[in-house]
Write a protein that binds this ligand. Structure first.
Ligand SMILES: NC(=O)c1ccc[n+]([C@@H]2O[C@H](COP(=O)([O-])OP(=O)(O)OC[C@H]3O[C@@H](n4cnc5c(N)ncnc54)[C@H](OP(=O)(O)O)[C@@H]3O)[C@@H](O)[C@H]2O)c1
Length: 412
């Protein structure tokens, strides 16, 4: 089979864009060259000669020689304008922009069908981990029970520093920013938004159904204090920000992002620093685990290269599950076992949100409550009170027997 020659117009030459340029130079077997690079800041010094660059997006979008656009800019709205114009111009597109995809997935799918050109975005979810094409191609819809994991590298780095080195949340965040791991607006990471965008994309490819970002609840790590870290340490647990989507007994799907206590027996326990890890639960093959770097120039560029390579063979997402499951229902009908803590004695107020409580503690300065709560009430409580809510377990019928919450309880 002859591989197609790719003539690339690249948008963005930051961390990932420059990484892609370097990785492409080391991948001579891929029949691809970057013809023109569009960037924004006319005064920024560049590591390669100026003649490669343009500041006019149409210099790329209207260039008939360019058959592939690689979009690696840091602004989701501008990225959507570029990507949709490129698809309309009949150019294939590769992007790493999860926010843009999550906000416009339905329109982007329609554009691909209408203009008969592919849009690939493996790098948008967990950077180097080849998860999307696996979900799309390998797992048949009926066999998948859940997708869950650590999908945001910077929050995992912050939580690792807090847990392993006793750093405060602020110290760990500053270090993540200094190392370039956090987005320019850190709330995108720490508030769980980035993880939510990825979950939306993962869930569409895993189960079908195209949600809007506002349909998926996201709690972040910004309320986690020394108190919960100390509790986790005493119990031999780690706190991780977990994105999860799973199918329930009635066939409906639930998807949300929240911090969770992770036990040593869970494979995600070993996933530290900027690494990402995703566990797929399937009916017949049980758990399967993917791990890899979830951020950084080369890991992200490697996923872009893989998409480019796929384009040379005319690969496109077929969106089989979205097409088959037009009426898949997502809802928040889930029961959680959680640990709710806050700096003052709110325990009476907090308990009102719970289905039942198994443990309450207060020393006048801090209080915590452990018990079961519906996801809907978790969302309400999170919005209404300054509490930190850490999931102990997502309760699925078959697991009810196995959980002994009292084993997790001790005085702080
Ligand atoms: N960094 C990672 O580890 C990582 C991992 C996975 C996915 N991603 C995604 O990859 C994308 C790029 O991230 P990054 O970290 O490489 O960003 P970055 O380092 O901030 O670089 C952004 C680049 O975009 C350019 N740019 C911004 N607006 C533009 C516009 N309207 N037209 C043309 N160029 C424009 C900037 O131009 P100037 O150089 O002129 O400022 C800069 O070169 C984002 O969507 C991000 O979410 C990043």
């Amino acid at each position: 089979m002859n591989r197609k020659k790719l003539n690339i117009g690249l948008f963005g030459f930051g961390c990932v864009g420059y990484g892609l340029y370097q990785v492409l130079e080391k991948t001579p077997t891929l029949n691809a060259t970057i013809k023109t690079i569009c960037v924004k800041d006319q005064n920024k010094p560049r590591p390669i000669p100026q003649e490669h660059f343009t500041f006019d997006k149409n210099a790329i979008l209207c260039d008939k020689d360019i058959n592939v656009i690689v979009e690696l800019i840091d602004n989701a709205d501008e990225a959507f304008d570029i990507v949709s114009a490129a698809l309309r111009a009949g150019k294939a597109v590769v992007t790493a922009n999860k926010k843009m995809i999550a906000e416009h997935l339905a329109e982007l799918i329609d554009l691909q069908y209408e203009y008969k050109v592919p849009l690939l975005y493996e790098a948008s979810c967990c950077a180097s981990i080849p998860i999307l094409r696996n979900l799309e191609e390998y797992y048949d819809n009926e066999l998948l029970e859940s997708v869950e994991g650590i999908v945001n590298g910077s929050t995992n780095y912050i939580l690792t520093k807090m847990s392993a080195e006793g750093q405060s949340y602020q110290e760990a965040l500053s270090q993540a920013q200094a190392k370039g791991y956090a987005e320019s607006n850190p709330l995108l990471d720490t508030g769980g938004f980035d993880a939510k965008y990825k979950l939306l994309i993962l869930s569409a490819h895993a189960f079908g159904g195209v949600l809007k970002p506002q349909d998926i609840f996201n709690a972040g790590i910004d309320r986690i204090s020394h108190l919960e870290q100390q509790y986790a340490k005493e119990k031999g647990l780690k706190i991780k920000l977990i994105a999860q989507a799973f199918r329930k007994g009635d066939g409906t799907i639930s998807a949300f992002v929240a911090p969770r206590f992770i036990r040593p027996s869970d494979k995600l326990y070993q996933v530290d620093d900027v690494y990402n890890g995703v566990t797929l639960k399937t009916v017949f093959s049980e758990d399967q685990f993917f791990v890899g770097k979830g951020a950084g120039a080369y890991p992200t560029a490697s996923a872009v290269i893989s998409d480019l390579s796929a384009l040379t063979y005319d690969y496109k997402y077929e969106y089989k599950k979205i097409n088959q499951n037009k009426h898949v229902e997502y809802n928040n009908d889930v029961l959680l076992k959680i640990f709710a803590s806050c700096e003052s004695d709110y325990k009476a107020d907090v308990a009102a949100y719970f289905e039942e409580t198994s443990e309450q503690f207060s020393n006048g300065k801090h209080s915590y409550t452990i018990g079961t709560i519906t996801l809907s009430n978790y969302i309400k409580l999170y919005g209404e009170k300054p509490v930190s809510l850490i999931v102990v377990d997502t309760i699925r019928e078959e697991e009810l027997e196995a959980i002994n919450i009292n084993e997790l309880v001790a005085e702080i």
